[in-house]
Design a protein around this ligand. Structure first.
Ligand code: PLP
Length: 398
């Protein structure tokens, strides 16, 4: 198989031509340092300021509310550390989040826990959704931050962000959302949706890697996580990555322009893929069927290992992902799948397929056929499956 069917767009996306073209002049023509006072520097500073305005317009905020970062992870870290610092100053050391956040959020929260913060992780239920009521019930007098992701990177579920934001605003608690999977794919308006802080990353919407942005509502002070120069209004030291910033602005504009059109097209492909894979016995869709990203399909199959499935699909030219990450040599099942209540043995047999605007009908047909064949093959050689099929062990997925 010499062709490649790329169905791992939740991990990263191919850069768009528009983004590449927007970057090129800033490597050699307009290469100045925006902090320099000479003309070359000021040209770069103008580009930077223009890009900031363009990103701000797309989020519905003011340019000065945007800080450029090295990506989604840094934006998440800085948002949470900043909110915690504000909380600490007022003796508020309680944070609310969910059990299935990205590790950039969860690991930062773990660090804060060691510094005496109390963390409440809301139960996301079997469908991977939380309710504004859950958030309202969990907020206490000493809560300084609610951090809930917009769309989950593994199972694609989309949270009721505006409603959660309204609850937080009413109770005077800072609300951060990791919108890395949502930005460029779902309409975002930080003012209408009552969002105080929001993280995004360019490489998830056909922009370059290593660049992202943090929106912070004016009046909320940011804590620097990188010390040094006075770039980004003193809140993020380091010479600005102008080519990447220009690429991000172009990719974000491009993506936002066709959100509805892309969503309509992807939803049809996604649903066909879900219907096709659902025909595999003892399989289950992960995440709510309706309230999910138009690009996301995630299944568990009983009696197989996700890693074997991935490797065999790769042999057939399909780039996919399993929910599980390889941590220091031991294969831990995905914390997201455990959070929605999948037992360990089932969580190990997961498959995530994330589509892009370039995905074709024919690729979907081929993928359905390949997944069916490969699951069947892996089960035919699996001792676990033999025990299940013979009735020696009971199926978890009926
Ligand atoms: C990819 C991703 C991140 C990390 O973004 P980087 O730019 O790769 O650091 C954070 N959160 C979510 C939900 C993501 O999907």
């Amino acid at each position: 198989m010499d062709r490649q069917i790329y169905l791992d767009n939740a991990a990263t996306t191919k850069m768009s031509r528009a983004a590449i073209d927007a970057m090129l002049p800033y490597f050699d023509k307009t290469f100045g340092n925006p902090s320099s006072l000479h003309t070359a520097g000021q040209r770069a500073a103008e580009a930077l300021s223009g890009a900031r305005s363009r990103v701000a317009v797309l989020l519905g905020c003011e340019p000065r509310e945007i800080t450029f970062t090295s990506g989604g992870s840094e934006a998440d870290n800085q948002a949470i550390i900043s909110a915690a610092a504000i909380g600490e100053k007022h003796g508020k050391k309680h944070i609310i989040s969910t059990a299935f956040e990205h590790h950039a959020v969860l690991h930062t929260l773990e660090k804060l826990k060691k510094q005496g913060f109390e963390i409440t992780l809301l139960d996301v239920g079997e469908h991977g959704l939380i309710t504004p009521q859950q958030v309202s019930d969990a907020i206490r007098g000493d809560t300084c931050l609610v951090a809930i992701m917009y769309a989950n990177n593994e199972i694609g579920t989309i949270q009721p962000i505006a409603e959660i934001g309204a609850v937080c605003r009413e109770k005077g608690v800072i609300f951060h959302t990791d919108a890395v999977q949502a930005a460029g794919h779902i309409h975002i308006d930080v003012k209408q949706q009552n969002i105080d802080m929001l993280s995004l990353s360019a490489h998830k919407f056909h922009g370059p890697k290593g660049i992202g942005a943090l929106y912070v509502r004016k009046g909320i002070p940011l804590t620097s996580v990188i010390e040094g120069g006075a770039q980004e209004r003193g809140k993020r030291a380091g010479t600005e990555n102008i080519p990447a910033i220009m690429g991000m602005a172009a990719a974000f504009e491009d993506a936002c322009k066709s959100i509805d059109e892309n969503a309509a097209k992807l939803t049809v492909l996604r649903d066909r893929l879900i219907d096709g894979i659902s025909e595999i016995p003892h399989s289950i869709l992960n995440g709510d069927r309706e309230k999910r990203l138009p690009s996301n399909v995630n299944f568990c199959f009983e009696g197989i290992e996700g890693e074997s499935l991935l490797l065999l699909l790769d042999d057939k030219g399909i780039c996919a992902s399993s929910g599980s990450a390889c941590t220091s040599g031991s294969l831990d099942p995905s914390h997201v799948l455990l959070a929605i209540g999948r037992p360990h043995e089932v969580a190990h047999g997961s498959l995530r397929l994330s589509l892009s605007e370039e995905t074709t009908d024919e690729e979907i047909d081929y993928t359905i056929k390949s997944v069916k064949e490969t699951v069947e093959y892996l089960r035919s050689i699996s001792p676990v499956w033999r025990d299940l099929a013979s009735g020696k062990k009971e199926f978890v997925l009926k």
